[in-house]
Structure formats: C-alpha cells, structure tokens
Design a protein around this ligand. Structure first.
Ligand code: AP5
Ligand code: MG
Length: 224
C-alpha cells in the first residue's frame, strides 16, 4: 500500500495537492472534509451532526469521523493505498489510523506538512471556489477556472464553501491549530514528517512533495 498523509492549516493547499498526487500515485484522494460535505448535501444523520461542528469551525467528534474514515478505507479502491487529506486531525485519529493500517500489514509512508503563514490563508480561502459535483478546487486570483463559475474538469457549477466566511476561517485557524501541532509532533517522533514550503506555486509545491516521497528513506520513487 501507498499511504501519504497531507497536513496543514485550512487553506494550506491539501486538497489541491492531494488531487494531483492521487493521480500520480494511482490511489484515491480521501478527504474527510469532502466526505462530510457530501453527507451534509445528502442530509444524512452523519451530515446533520457534522454540520453543527463544521459551521463553528470545530473538529467533528472522533466517534463520527473515525468510523466514516475506516468505512472509506475498507472500500475496494483503497486496497493499494490512499492520499489522506484532513485526516488525522488529532492524536487519537493518528493512532487509530496506524492500528487500522497495521492490521493490513501496512503503515503511513510519509506525513507531509504544507507550510503557509496565517496571513496568506484568509486571502486564499475567501477567493476559493469549488465545484459542486466533485470538489475540484479553484482560486479567483491564483488558480482561476477557464470559464468563470464553471469547473474546467466536469463543467459543474462553482460554489463557495459555507465555512469560508471570514469569521469561520478565523475560528477554524484558532480552534484547530493545537491539534494540528499534536499530529505533527506524533509523526515527527517517528521520523515520518516532512515540511514543504506551501507559499510557492502549486506546481512547485507538488514537486517538493514528490521529492520528499522519492527520498531514499521513504522510497516511493518507483510508484509513479
Ligand atoms: P477540510 O475540508 O479538511 O478543510 P480544511 O482543513 O479547513 O482545509 P481546506 O479544505 O479549507 O484547505 P486545503 O488545505 O484543502 O486548501 P485548498 O487546496 O482548498 O475540513 C472542513 C471541516 O470538516 C473542518 O473544519 C472540520 O469541522 C471537519 N473535519 C474534516 N476532517 C476532520 C477530521 N479528521 N476530524 C474532525 N473534523 C474534521 O486551497 C485553498 C485555496 O488556495 C484554493 O483556492 C486554492 O486554489 C488555493 N491554492 C492552493 N495552493 C496554492 C498555492 N500553492 N498558491 C496559491 N494558491 C493556492
Ligand atoms: Mg481541502
């Protein structure tokens, strides 16, 4: 299995990079935020519960998040691995992931933290547009679609996320930073954490992540 974890504050570029890496490595992009937004759209019990936390910028409780993630990992298309975006978000989630992978004789190959200073984030997130059908990510200034309001890839309508209002962006940053630091410390302790500069262009960030994955100690160069 190939298992890569992408870490970073809201707006760091996890979703943008995960999509490219998933294609390059031939494994699915699994984003707990996307799974929750799909559940909210469906009006399912998980969606109704998750929405209460998401709109306040808080983490959804582990009991809901972990079950949803484990169900997703059990699907056939994840048999060869995943690019994880937005999971794990705290130490309990990181430990559960390790246990679930160990049961399959596998482990996290590398956790990559995409580093972006806070002042850049509000600017990025207030200019973000995502496609309604598949969550493809755009930005008004740094990554615009060819036709305003339409996804380049599937033609669906571009919308802004409910939690990209300025006050919710600030709440997400304030409320989630401590647990992100815990997760980084968790992976740093095992030597499985790399940090890349997330302020560079989208292509340069991808190149930096691929270089980290190709590093001798990680040894994923033959996977793409
Ligand atoms: P989630 O969907 O994971 O949101 P997030 O972590 O806040 O991250 P974002 O999706 O906002 O940012 P991103 O890093 O993906 O950036 P993107 O690539 O879009 O989670 C949402 C909520 O769900 C959470 O708040 C929580 O409530 C809940 N949740 C999810 N997972 C959970 C879990 N495990 N446990 C508990 N609760 C959970 O890029 C941002 C913008 O910047 C875009 O416009 C993009 O085009 C642009 N951009 C990207 N890269 C660059 C670049 N290099 N240069 C210039 N612009 C760039
Ligand atoms: Mg995202």
């Amino acid at each position: 299995m190939t298992v890569v974890v992408l870490l970073g504050v809201p707006g760091a570029g996890k979703g943008t990079q995960a999509r490219v890496l998933a294609e390059r490595l031939g494994v699915p992009h699994v984003a707990t935020g996307d799974l929750f937004r799909a559940a909210v759209r469906d009006g399912s019990p998980v969606g109704l519960e998750a929405r209460r936390y998401m709109e306040r910028g808080q983490l959804v409780p582990d009991v809901i998040t972990i079950r949803m993630l484990l169900d997703r990992l059990a699907q056939d298309d994840a048999a060869d691995g995943v690019i994880l975006d937005g999971f794990p978000r705290n130490r309990a989630q990181a430990e559960t992931l390790d246990e679930a992978l160990a049961a399959r004789g596998s482990r996290v190959d590398l956790a990559v933290s995409i580093e972006v200073p806070p002042e850049e984030l509000v600017r990025r997130l207030s200019g973000r547009w995502v496609c309604q059908d598949s969550g493809h990510v755009y930005n008004e200034t740094t990554n615009p679609p060819r036709e305003p309001g339409r996804c380049d890839l599937d033609g669906s309508v571009l919308v802004q996320r409910d939690d990209d209002k300025a006050e919710t962006i600030r709440a997400r940053l304030d409320l989630q930073l401590a647990s992100l630091r815990d997760v980084m410390a968790y992976y740093r302790a095992t030597g499985g954490l790399r940090q890349v500069d997330g302020v560079a262009s989208i292509d340069d960030v991808t190149a930096a992540i691929l270089a980290a994955l190709a590093d001798d100690t990680v040894g994923l160069a033959d996977r793409w």
